[in-house]
Design a protein around this ligand. Structure first.
Ligand code: NAI
Length: 462
């Protein structure tokens, strides 16, 4: 038993970042984590392993599609799935060990086990009860379940199972055309699987700017991924070696069936608070099962805070990290701030997709007068040299003030080049500010400047 200034429950991106910042601010800090390794869903079975598989399979696709044209000849690579899995796991391990090192460096204690909160100010881990002046709940989320579809992580899988399939399936049906479905669908399509994505809505990636969603779907279709839109999944049954899935088309209520070696359920995630004993404590939840917090991440119980996927807002690692740093500052008596209007979202498909701020649909719904400056990557020399001329940058700016309201990119390095727009938005910049900033040539970032120029007198290369 020990006394702490702060005990954080959960060592995902929200929790571990919060812990490091708390320690840096001079608070005696511990993190409770029951997994064998630190890093939470993102590092162990989410963002990082999926990026390893996306990188490996994108490299394979590049070799197959472009090497010969670039004069790189020879046998095209074949896939050693076991080795690709080992590379993925090695990537994960390097990062989980990295957090352990950072904990030691910053003198953050790792309390190994699953926490319960017997009362405010106390955290129980196994037999031990620790006193904590402040408790931060950062327990993340788990896959949402779908009625009629039971996952077994073998034939009917969540993203966790999909990252570690024993072999590459010949056919994969994905339920849900959201971020997980499209990223993992891309991985297996590049590995030769016949991939069909079944989506309830009549478009993919809800919440994304409509023009981006359409362009992405067109591109994924060209890569061989099939889409069934407007389809409600009724049930999925795991047979011996296959799964059978039944869905109804919403437009005519007709029933259809589809077989696949593997079914991936990717219909969203929900807050994970099982076993903490929060109900008994009287902690308040929203009607969507999230822990209710105020604008300083305080719950209704003094001394208990919550951040990340367990509270409202986008379920994104970097949103949780920002909240982790901010709540540490609040606990240390500082201001602590997160600007929820400038949180980028990235889909790591090829082409990559990145978005920040308002979509055109949102601006229209608000009745806001805006202008859209758009620039296609086909006009960008660097992108063309990389066979990545597909897609565009779109900057949305206020018609009168020119202030940037949002930006939407589909194309090469979208997830990297979006950040200059994020910084610009944090400074309340106008599109002209980006247009007047010298951008190195030849870079794909020039497309961002061109889109900004298109908000004014016009892009040069379009
Ligand atoms: P999502 O919310 O992105 O997409 C779920 C999709 O499933 C939606 O299009 C929805 O309309 C559809 N759907 C729901 N019920 C359905 C049904 N019965 N039949 C057919 N379609 C149905 O959720 P996803 O992809 O599972 O991701 C979960 C969370 O993880 C998200 O919040 C996402 O932002 C986050 N994530 C973020 C990543 C990134 O930032 N690159 C990568 C992976 C996940």
């Amino acid at each position: 038993m020990a006394d702490y200034d702060v005990i954080i429950i959960g060592a995902g991106p929200g929790g571990y970042v919060c812990a490091i910042r708390c320690a840096q601010l001079g608070l005696k800090t511990a993190v409770v984590e029951g997994r064998e390794t630190l890093g939470g869903t993102c590092l162990n079975v989410g963002c990082i392993p999926s990026k390893a598989l996306l990188h490996a399979t994108h490299s394979l696709h590049e070799a197959q599609a472009h090497f010969a044209e670039m004069g790189l000849k020879g046998k095209s690579p074949s896939v050693d799935w076991k080795q690709m899995q080992a590379y993925k796991q090695n990537t994960v391990s390097q990062n989980t060990k990295g957090i352990e090192f950072l904990f030691k460096k910053n003198k953050v204690d790792w309390l190994k086990g699953w926490a319960t909160l017997p009362e405010a100010g106390k955290v129980q881990v196994g037999e031990e009860i620790h006193n904590a002046k402040n408790i931060v709940i950062a327990t993340g989320s788990k896959p949402a379940t779908l009625p009629g579809v039971e996952t077994d992580e073998k034939v009917i899988v969540t993203s966790t199972g999909a990252l570690s399939l024993p072999k590459i399936p010949k056919s994969l049906v994905v339920i849900g055309a959201g971020v997980i479905g499209l990223e993992l669908g891309s991985v297996y399509a590049r590995l030769g699987a016949d991939v069909t994505v079944i989506e309830y809505l009549d478009h993919i990636t809800p919440g994304l700017d409509g023009e981006l969603a359409k362009t992405l779907m067109r591109s994924l279709k060209k890569q061989g991924i099939k889409f069934v839109l407007g389809a409600a999944v009724q049930k999925a049954e795991a047979l011996k070696t296959k799964a059978k899935l039944t869905y109804r088309l919403r437009k005519d209520d007709s029933e259809h069936q589809i077989d696949a070696d593997v079914v991936l359920v990717a219909t969203g995630r929900k807050p994970f608070t099982d076993g903490l004993g929060l109900e008994a404590l009287g902690l308040k939840f929203t009607d969507r099962g999230q822990i209710a917090t105020d604008d300083r991440w305080r719950t209704n119980i003094p001394g208990i805070y919550a951040i990340g996927d367990v509270i409202e807002g986008p379920m994104l690692a970097h949103k949780a990290e920002d909240e982790g740093m901010a709540v540490a500052e609040v606990i240390a008596g500082r201001a602590g701030h997160v600007n929820y209007a400038v949180i980028p979202g990235v889909i790591y498909t090829a082409p990559e997709v990145a978005s920040v701020g308002k979509t055109e649909e949102e601006l229209k719904a608000e009745g806001r007068a805006y202008k859209a400056g758009k620039f296609p990557f086909m006009g960008n020399a660097r992108a063309k040299a990389m066979f990545a001329g597909e897609g565009f940058v779109k900057i949305l700016a206020d018609s009168e003030t020119d202030r940037i309201l949002g930006a939407h990119i589909i194309g090469p390095n979208a997830g990297e080049i979006i950040h200059e727009i994020c910084v610009a938005m944090e400074f309340g910049a106008a599109a002209e500010d980006i247009a007047l900033t010298c951008h190195a040539h030849p870079t794909v970032s020039e497309a961002v400047r061109e889109a900004a120029l298109a908000c004014g007198d016009g892009a040069i290369h379009a």
